[in-house]
Design a protein around this ligand. Sequence first.
Ligand SMILES: [Zn+2]
Length: 271
Amino acid sequence: MDEMGRRRAIYLGVLVAVETTLAACADTSAPGTRPAANASGRTPKASRRPGSPSPSPSPSPSPVFRPVAVPTRRPIHLISEVNPAAPPNAIALTIDDGPDPEWTPRVLDLLAQHHVVATFCMIGDAVREYPDLAKRVTAAGHAICNHTMSHPQPFAGLSAERMSSEVAGAHREIWKTTGVTTRLFRAPGGSWSPAVLNTVAENGMQPLDWDIDPRDWSRPGTAAIERDLLRAKPGSILLCHDGGGDRAETLRALTNVVPALLSRGLTFVTL
Ligand SMILES: [Zn+2]
């Protein structure tokens, strides 16, 4: 190796060291965040930063709540409110009430078939009962949102103490199982109140709502679910369910809707 080659090798070595240090600093300054989806809307495992939560966390102390950079004390309806860096043609599919042994695997298979990602709003009790499913969700690059420990309704009617334990219980269960520190919270049934929003903010999370709700949980028929979901626009957050009962209509609707939205040039992103 000549002198120029040696200098270049030293320069590259220093560059790698600096980048490694910066990556480590970024991890400690933004705990709990997940890699943003890339331009294709996917969140490849290869983009997982060093030190990011892994699907198999080693036993260690309980997770600590840390406020996100800019906690918003109002429910988020559009992607731009939670992820300003998302591409302009982004849409986000959120899937609530799982994991469920019958429906979650089918939804995951469908999403994988189209190479799209979603955000799963999980119930802590279900995560505890089906930990392998929760791990499968994160291993596939999807995001997780806190959807309480036991899905009590009306959530806004609970005492402050119970509210807090529902939020913290799910946070802990999801973290213990998947290594993910949830930074988004969705109230069961979208039941928000000043007390709920305070509890969410105290726990360092942002409240997450939606702007397209096909009410698939009420089983209005596959065509009705499809019609509503196809109203999605760039920036929309869609609501669907993979738990809480027979989700055959939801699955059939998504089977048609996901490729239809992709064909419009929309890109699925995680939140
Ligand atoms: Zn729910």
